[in-house]
Design a binder for this molecule. Structure first.
Ligand code: ZN
Length: 170
């Protein structure tokens, strides 16, 4: 499958006004666009995004990729992924990944059922994940921002995917 360049993604998101057409410090970091709230549903009060102006909140959207191999985005909130074979949580995933840090596409091994799969294939739930093309919204406290159907409809224009979302705490 062809990989959409970041410029293609930024143009789509800018046209849809998820991001502002005015980039910040680099060509991949953007302030939120005027239609942010149509694409992301926010709950909680950690980030007061409805206080104008949006640009002054420090809220940013960063585009990353495309990468040749899925890259990991795991944080202190990440939980043991479930094995695709036996569904057991993989308790020693951090140790396994640390040992294969230089590997482009590290594998994880389940001692219970013997399954061995690239780390990106494991089920990380909403507490982390992997991707070749990433849209990072920050700051968003885990669970307090959720993509709405309109965002997935917008992303369908890229004809890439499937898209999924997760939360990472550094
Ligand atoms: Zn297993």
């Amino acid at each position: 499958m062809a990989v959409a360049p970041t410029a293609c993604l930024s143009e789509l998101l800018s046209d849809g006004q998820l991001i502002s057409s005015r980039s910040l410090t680099s060509a991949t970091r953007f302030p939120p666009g005027n239609r942010l709230f149509e694409y992301i549903g926010f709950t909680g009060c950690a980030v007061q995004l409805d206080q104008e102006p949006l640009g002054a909140t420090g809220f940013e959207i960063e585009l990353e990729g495309p990468f040749a191999c899925p890259v990991s985005r795991l944080g202190r909130n990440s939980r043991p992924p479930r094995c695709l074979g036996c569904r057991r949580p993989l308790a020693d995933w951090r140790a396994q990944l640390d040992q294969t840090e230089s590997d482009d596409s590290p594998k994880l091994h389940c001692a219970d059922c013997g399954a061995e799969e690239p780390a990106w294939r494991w089920n990380w739930g909403r507490q982390g994940g992997f991707g070749r093309l990433l849209i990072n919204l920050e700051p968003v406290f885990p669970g307090e921002g959720r993509p709405l159907p309109a965002l997935f409809r917008l992303l369908e224009h890229l004809e890439l995917g499937p898209w999924r979302y997760f939360y990472v705490q550094d």
